[in-house]
Write a protein that binds this ligand. Structure first.
Ligand code: ADP
Ligand code: MG
Length: 233
């Protein structure tokens, strides 16, 4: 167990499919770096929320019926001003209502946009035979394309998490390939280890977790989970 990491218990009321905002709040409370954001219901609330955050901003749809938000135009990146955020919410609401008339739209997540040089996927599954397993791989759009993943039984210490990351093809891009900057593998390994302890601590109610992506910045600049989903019993 990483130093200074208390055993994790699930917050009251968390069950079933836990969406991005709640999942990241839970991960953030347990030491995984996450970006700041707020769920809003209207365009006006969206610009007010943005005014309290640091730009640039991102708007995402919040719907129990939409798992892959960007597939349906439910993610807009790079919004510069609170007014841009308000307009994005209005447009997104209209276009999703038209494309998916049956989808329940619970609101919109206004959040801070962050940068990273590499996107990792950090996943976990509760295997009926082996218990919680932790998965690290090339994230974002590369997931399906490359199938560049490492799997281990959870929990894993930071050293093991680091060796999982270093076993990936994408690690070459993180280790200063052809003069590109070295990335913060230490921070990514710490996040992976913490996530592995979190899912192990949850116990039998844990089913699945996906952090995709974990954005990894240059060495010393950390990493941040900008999307997450948890499935509980
Ligand atoms: P999806 O439900 O489609 O997985 P995501 O929330 O992962 O939606 O957003 C899609 C993509 O947009 C991510 O893979 C990432 O590249 C980018 N992205 C999302 N949120 C942020 C953010 N806060 N900062 C920077 N990039 C982001
Ligand atoms: Mg995602």
């Amino acid at each position: 167990r990483p130093a200074a990491m208390e055993p994790v218990s699930l917050p009251e009321g968390l069950s079933g499919s836990v969406g991005e905002a709640e999942a990241k709040a839970f991960l953030g409370e347990n030491g995984v770096p996450v970006n700041r954001g707020q769920i809003v219901g209207t365009a006006e609330q969206a610009s007010e929320a943005a005014a309290l955050l640091d730009g640039p901003f991102v708007v995402k749809v919040v719907s129990p019926d939409i798992v892959h938000k960007s597939d349906v135009g439910g993610v807009v990146l790079g919004l510069e001003t609170p007014d841009d955020v308000a307009r994005a919410v209005t447009r997104m609401g209209a276009s999703i209502a038209q494309k998916l008339p049956d989808a329940r739209i619970e609101g919109f997540l206004v959040q801070e946009m962050r940068t990273g040089k590499v996107e990792l996927l950090v996943g976990a599954r509760n295997d009926p035979q082996f218990g919680p397993m932790i998965i690290v791989g090339a994230g974002g759009v590369l997931v399906e394309l490359l199938r560049d993943v490492a799997v281990a039984m959870a929990p894993v210490c930071e050293k093991k998490a680091r060796s999982m990351i270093e076993s990936l093809q994408i690690a070459k891009l993180m280790q200063g390939f052809r003069g590109s900057a070295e990335l913060d593998i230490d921070a990514a390994a710490q996040a992976v280890s913490r996530i592995s302890w979190i899912v192990s601590d949850i116990g039998p109610r844990f089913c699945e977790l996906d952090v995709n992506p974990l954005l990894v910045a240059e060495a010393g600049k950390g990493c941040v989970a900008v999307d997450a989903r948890i499935l509980l019993d």
